[in-house]
Design a binder for this molecule. Structure first.
Ligand SMILES: [Zn+2]
Length: 413
């Protein structure tokens, strides 16, 4: 099967390289020995994100299919299945999970929401065909889901986005999954359509290696080495370097920056151009690319403060595609946020009060995820700007972070 290494169709039975719904291939790593042997699922958060399901669901599903205990180590953010399990076996199980808990029972499209009904049934609500199909309630995962229903997406409350960004409490809507679908639907379609125009990952030769699903120690080591090599001198990973870096005009990031400065105002330049530029510079898998984008995507007169604006949406397909293609999307998002710190902290201090709106805009368009931005917001860092500026930016972000938190509380009631 001609697949880009590392990325597969969500439905692996569909042998179509233009199939629109893709996910990172599930990686596994066996650790320990004897009684303590266990299988770690390093990228299940990314896989689950592609499926729009909490990562704990597929993990629990594996456990119940294999009759094995599962664990979530929240400190290290690791999902674990006890025992040694072959990756191919787990991938097959994942297919089963997808079939039962993700794909629409009617049209087999993966764009569905899971809804727990009042009488404790679970339905898959399909965005593509509008059908609601029942989930098999006999499976053990189903009872787990009833007790731990998916969090309602705060994006459904986006009508209140502006108020929330200003620190006011958005109204909580009590009917999960029922509001705001029309617009969301169209948006999703449009983004997917645009994303489909982007060159597939494997079309550029040689890129496959970075994505390799090969988890052999040698392969992992090689990948780590290449990443470390690329970043050794950069601020992204070497957090303690001073930020008085001289600008290296040979660096691909410098080229990206120049390109952004020259093209960001040009209405004819699209998301596809941005993505292709990053590819052409060979940095489409590099975290620092996100930093550069965060810092230079928006021009002087056009701060990205309006959620759902054309200016934001224009870039969304490239941003999302870049993030999902990086090894650790959490890191990619943090790098993007680092770019934001530099943008408002160094270039546009007058925009600092607007940080909640910027974050809201980015969040609503899926540039950043809740966990990432929450973590970012509570950890001052010298990685991208000096400590004072870092603090200032995070302080300014408070209303947005508070809103995220309150939206969570609403769900629990
Ligand atoms: Zn359907």
């Amino acid at each position: 099967m001609a697949q880009a290494a590392g990325i597969v169709n969500i439905r692996r039975d569909v042998d179509d390289k233009f199939y629109r719904y893709r996910m990172p291939i599930l990686l596994t790593k066996v650790e320990g020995k004897g009684n303590g042997i266990k299988t770690v699922l390093p990228n299940i958060p990314d896989v689950a994100r592609a499926l729009s399901r909490p990562p704990i669901y597929p993990t629990k599903y594996f456990g119940s299919e294999l009759g094995a205990q599962t664990m979530y180590d929240s400190k290290a953010d690791r999902f674990i299945v006890n025992g040694a399990h072959q990756s191919e076996r787990l991938r097959e199980l994942l297919d089963g999970f997808i079939d039962k808990y993700v794909l629409c029972g009617s049209c087999k499209n993966p764009e569905t929401d899971l809804i727990v009904t009042k009488d404790e049934m679970i339905v898959r609500d399909c965005k593509a065909c509008g059908q609601r199909t029942n989930v098999d309630m006999r499976h053990r995962l189903s009872s787990y889901i009833v007790k731990n229903p998916p969090k309602k997406s705060k994006k459904e409350k986006k009508g209140n986005g502006d108020a929330a960004a200003n620190g006011k409490n958005g109204d909580a809507d009590a009917s999960p999954g029922d509001d705001g679908e029309g617009s969301d639907d169209e948006l999703t379609k449009r983004i997917n359509a645009e994303a489909a125009e982007l060159p597939a990952v494997h079309e550029k030769s040689g890129l496959g290696d970075d994505w390799s699903a090969d988890t052999s120690p040698e392969a992992v080591k090689a990948r780590t080495a290449s990443i470390e090599g690329a970043f050794k001198s950069s601020l992204v990973i070497g957090g303690d370097d001073d930020d008085e870096e001289a600008e290296d005009t040979d660096s691909p990031y410098y080229h990206l920056k120049t390109w952004l400065l020259e093209n960001r105002e040009d209405e004819d330049i699209t998301s596809v151009d941005l993505y292709k530029k990053a590819q052409q510079l060979g940095i489409d898998k590099k975290y620092k690319t996100m930093q550069t984008i965060g810092e230079y995507l928006f021009s002087e007169d056009n701060p990205p403060v309006v959620p759902e604006s054309k200016m934001i949406k224009r870039w969304t397909p490239a941003i999302k595609k870049l993030i999902i293609a990086m090894k650790d999307s959490d890191k990619a998002e943090k790098s993007l946020l680092g770019g934001l710190e530099r943008y408002v902290g160094l270039d546009r201090p007058d925009l600092i009060p607007q940080v909640p709106k910027i974050l809201m805009a980015w969040y609503l368009d899926d540039w950043i995820q809740e966990e990432t931005v929450t973590q970012w917001g509570t950890h001052v860092s010298k990685k991208y700007v000096d400590k004072e500026t870092s603090k200032k930016v995070r302080l300014a972000a408070k209303p947005f972070l508070k809103w995220l938190e309150e939206a969570d509380d609403d769900e629990e009631e």
